[in-house]
Design a binder for this molecule. Structure first.
Ligand code: ADP
Ligand code: ZN
Length: 741
């Protein structure tokens, strides 16, 4: 915890952030992290992906003399950051193994002359060469270790070369050391602090919820059509499909490309060259979908990933959080769909056991992995809000009643009514077939199948024959796995696993133990409820989708002629805001958050021209002011997420009945903005009642006062009610009254 009292940030810092990055505000945790850095206090900053970690070490570096050394695990990642910084006028270089001898000399020279502020390098280079002397002599005052969890065995991405960073202190005795990571578990945190030798560090931990992600777990019924369905909801957008095995990746890529999608594969079995091509074509927006194993991760620098599909359950919740976290890093909505089958647990368990055997891993290791699997499977079968489950797993609280952004809160899933009776039917059928058959046969018996195998064994004479004949096979299969997951049924044997009963099974059959079964909705059946998440991008109200698409194409062209990634031109947020405000002057464009002086100079005119051309052609109005907020222009949202994204999130939450306080918490917007959204929501969606937000008696008082004074102005009603009812409440009641007649 920060012990020192907080001083305001130096004005030149905010000026630099505005000039180079074009951001008008810092996020609260960024502010604290920057404060620690400027004060030379060691720190460990834990922020979920998309939280804005890089600014925490980049911005302070810019306003100080001397050097900030950034340790980064991947060359691709370093190159991206250096390119990006150079683009916005920040002098940064990298020292890595890909530089030619000549480049190395000029780079070292620039460092010596004091003309760079950030040097990116790899742990091995820093520790095993004399690079550190160069950096130390050039006045390195700060060492920032990016992806710091790589130092920990307990993390999901341990890198042995990170262990050597324990020597940093020895190399840079005068510098402050800072770790940045998205991995949150307590154990990893402690390990990082210890390994990096941090000196009573400020430990800054962000909120782990990602409200802009919608999580869904669907039963895997027919993989390819299900995957295509998600992709089709996001035409032209970026997405990732995670598969379990390399072979699955190859098959899925082939199936998708054959069907006309711009999909590329990524897995550890590919040559480095082939992997590089995949990464580059994805970054350059030449490919839309990367089909990958977990190997694809940290190298992705595309913040506008709009969907993440898991073709099967991942191994741990940490993996799941990381992988889904690659969606929506720009703060705009993204959809995470996991296609889950109860069989995934067994497949993964077999994989874990096999590799443990090959590696002769100690039994505790296997046990720990299976425990992680179990937690993951429990999440999939879980009946609690997904956002809540994830946040709680990482040790944080979540007191939102309805997140409005997961299958459970959106009402996609249902409990099977009378689950106990259904379970008893299934279990007694297994008893009747003497625990000697596998899932397929048991399902056939329960559904009254007419197979030879049933007839020849006389299983059509059993009392349980046809007991669940109207239940679809897929549901039965899923329920059986749910029973296994609740330990009231066992699947035993390797090659032909049989269903066996245990003590729990008998307890259920006797009625002394209960179970619950979840009916996972077929996405097809419920397309209505999921439609809200299905829009490609939630654009700001009033933004023109056609213009957005045009700007996106322009961005691609500009990027390719400037030889940079589209992302470095302008982010999706910026394009969406351009498509809304349709600025026609340099000044108006500069005011868009995320533009900044440098990008404005390089690309501004081309975009202004495109906007003007489009508006002339279609007759759209230009220079549309931002929607009014009640507390004036200074009340800008604290983050970069386009107001639209937050607004649609707020609407979604209101739809689920969330309170104003809950929505404030989720969106990190001010109460007055949220109240304004609530009024808009009431106008737009005409809910049947507003008593959840404004108590009934207050509504009546406001309505009575409005009878006297009308609804044209708020103030007379406010005064009539002796200033006892807030303007926010009055506004919401007025909105409601307007919908009533
Ligand atoms: P992380 O490394 O934590 O995943 P990034 O540094 O990539 O996050 O930042 C995530 C996104 O947030 C980027 O699109 C970045 O431009 C944006 N961002 C970061 N800080 C701010 C800020 N203060 N205001 C607006 N947008 C920001
Ligand atoms: Zn939820």
């Amino acid at each position: 915890m920060p012990a020192t009292p907080t001083r305001p940030l130096p004005p030149q810092l905010l000026a630099a952030v505005r000039k180079h990055w074009g951001f008008t505000t810092l996020r609260p945790l960024q502010e604290q992290a920057i404060r620690a850095s400027l004060a030379g206090r060691d720190s460990l900053v834990v922020m979920p992906t998309g939280g804005g970690k890089s600014l925490c070490f980049q911005a302070p570096a810019v306003i100080r003399d001397g050097l900030t050394v950034v340790v980064s695990p991947l060359i691709a990642l370093m190159k991206d950051q250096v390119d990006g910084l150079t683009r916005i006028g920040v002098p940064a270089v990298r020292l890595d193994s890909t530089l030619t001898a000549n480049e190395r000399i000029t780079t070292a020279d620039r460092i010596r002359r004091g003309s760079v502020r950030l040097v990116f390098t790899s742990p091995e280079r820093l520790v095993n060469t004399d690079v550190y002397q160069l950096l130390r002599d050039a006045g390195a005052h700060t060492v920032a270790v990016d992806e710091a969890h790589c130092v920990s065995h307990w993390g999901h991405d341990f890198r042995p070369e990170y262990r050597q960073l324990a020597r940093l202190r020895e190399f840079f005795p005068k510098a402050s050391v800072h770790g940045y990571t998205a991995t949150a578990t307590e154990r990893v945190r402690q390990d990082i602090a210890q390994q990096l030798g941090l000196n009573s560090p400020d430990i800054l931990v962000g909120n782990f919820d990602r409200p802009n992600l919608t999580y869904r777990v669907l039963p895997r019924l027919d993989l390819l059509p299900q995957v295509r369905k998600v992709i089709d909801r996001h035409p032209g957008d970026a997405g990732i499909v995670y598969c379990l095995r390399r072979k699955d990746v190859d098959e899925m890529t082939l199936a998708l490309t054959t069907a006309g999608y711009r999909a590329v594969p990524y897995h550890a079995g590919m040559t480095p060259e082939a992997r590089r091509i995949t990464q580059e074509s994805f970054a350059a927006e030449e490919a839309d979908v990367v089909v990958a194993t977990v190997a694809f991760g940290m190298g992705i620098d595309r913040s506008n990933v709009r969907y993440v599909i898991h073709a099967a359950m991942p191994k741990t919740i940490e993996h799941y959080q990381q992988e889904t976290g690659r969606g929506g890093r720009d703060g705009l909505p993204a959809e995470c769909v996991m296609l889950y089958s109860g069989a995934d647990f067994l497949t993964l368990k077999a994989i874990i056991e096999k590799s443990a055997e090959e590696a002769q891993a100690p039994p505790e290791f296997t046990a720990a992995s299976v425990k992680h699997l179990d937690e993951m499977a429990r999440y999939c079968r879980g009946a609690a809000c997904r956002h809540k489950a994830l946040v709680q797993y990482f040790g944080q609280g979540y007191d939102n009643e309805n997140c409005g952004a997961c299958d459970l809160c959106l009402g996609d899933t249902q409990e099977v009514p009378d689950a106990i009776t259904v379970a008893q039917k299934i279990l007694s059928c297994i008893a009747r077939v003497k625990e000697s058959f596998g899932i397929a046969h048991v399902i056939d018996v329960l559904r009254g199948g007419k197979t030879e195998s049933i007839r020849s064994r006389g299983h059509d004479k059993l009392t349980t024959y046809g007991l669940l004949k109207d239940t679809p096979k897929a549901d039965l299969r899923d329920w059986i796995y749910q029973l296994i997951g609740q330990d009231v049924l066992v699947q035993a044997g390797d090659e032909y696993p049989l269903l066996k009963l245990n003590a729990g099974s008998w307890a259920v059959m006797r009625g002394t133990q209960t179970v619950r079964l979840i009916q996972l909705a077929r996405s097809e059946k419920r397309s209505k409820t999921t439609a809200s998440a299905a829009q490609p991008i939630a654009m700001p109200a009033g933004s023109d989708p056609e213009l957005f698409e045009l700007l996106r194409q322009l961005r691609r062209r500009e990027a390719s002629s400037a030889g940079v990634k589209p992302e470095l031109v302008f982010s999706d947020n910026v394009l969406a805001e351009m498509a809304r405000g349709r600025p026609t002057t340099v000044d108006a464009l500069r005011r868009v958050s995320g533009v900044g002086d440098y990008r404005l100079q390089s690309f501004g005119q081309a975009f202004l021209d495109a906007i003007a051309f489009h508006c002339r052609r279609t007759g759209l109005s230009t220079d549309v002011p931002a929607p009014r907020t009640f507390n004036g222009p200074s009340a800008k949202p604290a983050s970069s997420a386009a107001p639209s994204a937050k607004k649609s999130l707020a609407f979604k939450l209101f739809r689920g009945g969330a309170s104003v306080a809950a929505v404030v918490k989720q969106t990190e917007l001010t109460p007055s903005t949220i109240n304004e959204y609530l009024a808009e929501f009431v106008m737009a969606e005409k809910p049947a009642s507003i008593f959840g937000w404004v108590p009934e008696d207050v509504c009546e008082r406001v309505a009575a006062a409005a009878d006297i004074h009308g609804t044209a102005r708020l103030k007379p009603v406010f005064l009539e009610l002796n200033e006892e009812v807030s303007y926010d409440h009055i506004r919401v009641v007025f909105a409601f009254m307007a919908t009533q007649g």
